[in-house]
Design a protein around this ligand. Structure first.
Ligand SMILES: Cc1ncc(COP(=O)(O)O)c(C=O)c1O
Length: 353
């Protein structure tokens, strides 16, 4: 059964924005655009014209890439925008809530707060490697829960949610809430994308991005994949012309070229580096724990995270402090072999913590 009846009623009642018609080979006097195109030389489409309201070719290409029908996908400005769209579409301000395990990606809370939706957090435990307890997530859901965000592999812990647990969660929530699986790091993991479950579960939403494994964070492009009814609602909420012409053309080119094949080879090398770094980090006396990771980063606990981070910073290496959420924990992104070597050399000179 569809989940769209759980969306905000005013969004269900809205129609998509009606933009000025865009027809090739016509005299276009319907959109108050300039007739002059001063800086279009680098692009196939003229920059004096608005882009398509939704980039159709790009949508089809991304759907083919991620393995769903074009109608099951909306192209977004990174997966961050998809989180925002979902919260604004489903959560009534001041009434509804999202449920999410913690620690996890902070944007779920951020966008929920922007929308004045409540956030119900279900803590995972360091002692059990931050395993996500789907029974606890289900228990935390109430009548006002609209979205359950599960990041898998999870940022910052690197934890993968087992497929059977995910399916159990989706089936249990059925027509009550959507399960949003954030797969920003799925390319680094041993699990297939949950997109293959879309046809079976109308309350499943999957977020994908070009920012991580594929190496295009600067382009700001991602996608939300879901049942076509959900995509229609998100389409109503997303700004018209959200994807700029340079971005659309850049991503079209990326998808057609062999750049993604090359990126996949690089993923394998990052996974190898992750394993090397995991082993090497564990050797330092001040490293207390390196958690297993299915992503392109490692969460570690050390004797004094503040000192370690400062020490690396003084050698021009930036690490991400998580001490506010997890005592003495920090997250290290797996870099190139040279970058990781530089980190290890810096740690070799760290004494007295
Ligand atoms: C789990 C997770 N989801 C989504 C994002 C957002 O990625 P983007 O907006 O670049 O697609 C990030 C970025 O760090 C992330 O860690």
């Amino acid at each position: 059964m569809s989940i769209v009846h759980r969306a905000r009623p005013e969004i269900q009642a809205l129609h998509a924005y009606e933009a000025a018609a865009q027809v090739d080979d016509t005299v276009r006097l319907n959109a108050n655009e300039s007739p002059h195109s001063p800086a279009s030389a680098h692009f196939r489409r003229p920059l004096n014209r608005y882009p398509e309201v939704r980039p159709q070719r790009l949508q089809a290409a991304m759907a083919a890439r991620f393995g769903c029908a074009p109608g099951q996908l909306l192209v977004t400005r990174g997966s961050s925008e998809a989180i925002d769209l979902l919260v604004r579409t489903f959560c009534r301000a001041g009434y509804d809530n999202i449920v999410t395990p913690t620690p996890s990606f902070s944007m779920y809370r951020h966008y929920a707060e922007v929308q004045n939706a409540a956030v119900i957090e279900v803590a995972t435990r360091a002692e059990s490697d931050f395993m996500i307890d789907t029974t606890a997530l289900l228990t935390a859901c109430d009548d006002e829960t609209r979205l359950v965000f599960v990041c898998s592999p999870n940022n910052p812990t690197g934890t993968q949610l087992a497929r059977a647990d995910l399916v159990g969660l989706i089936e249990s929530l059925s027509d009550r809430a959507a399960v949003v699986v954030d797969e920003a790091y799925v390319e680094f993991s041993s699990e297939n994308s949950a997109i293959e479950l879309l046809d079976r579960y109308p309350n499943l939403v999957v977020l994908r991005t070009l920012s991580k494994a594929l190496g295009f964070a600067g382009v700001r492009c991602g996608a939300v994949a879901a049942n076509a009814d959900i995509i229609r609602l998100l389409n109503v909420v997303q700004a018209p012309y959200a994807l700029a012409t340079p971005v659309v053309e850049c991503v079209e080119d990326i998808l057609q070229s062999d750049q993604l094949g090359a990126a996949e080879t690089l993923v394998a090398s990052i996974v190898t580096e992750r394993e090397r770094l995991q082993e090497d980090l564990a050797q330092y006396p001040f490293v207390d724990k390196v958690w297993p990771s299915e992503a392109n980063f490692l969460l570690i606990r050390v004797a004094d995270s503040g000192r370690l981070i400062e020490h690396c910073k003084s050698r021009n290496i930036l690490l991400r402090d998580f001490a506010n959420e997890l005592r003495n924990c920090l997250r290290i992104t797996v870099g190139s072999r040279e970058e990781n070597d530089k980190l290890l050399r810096a740690l070799d000179t760290l004494q007295g913590i």
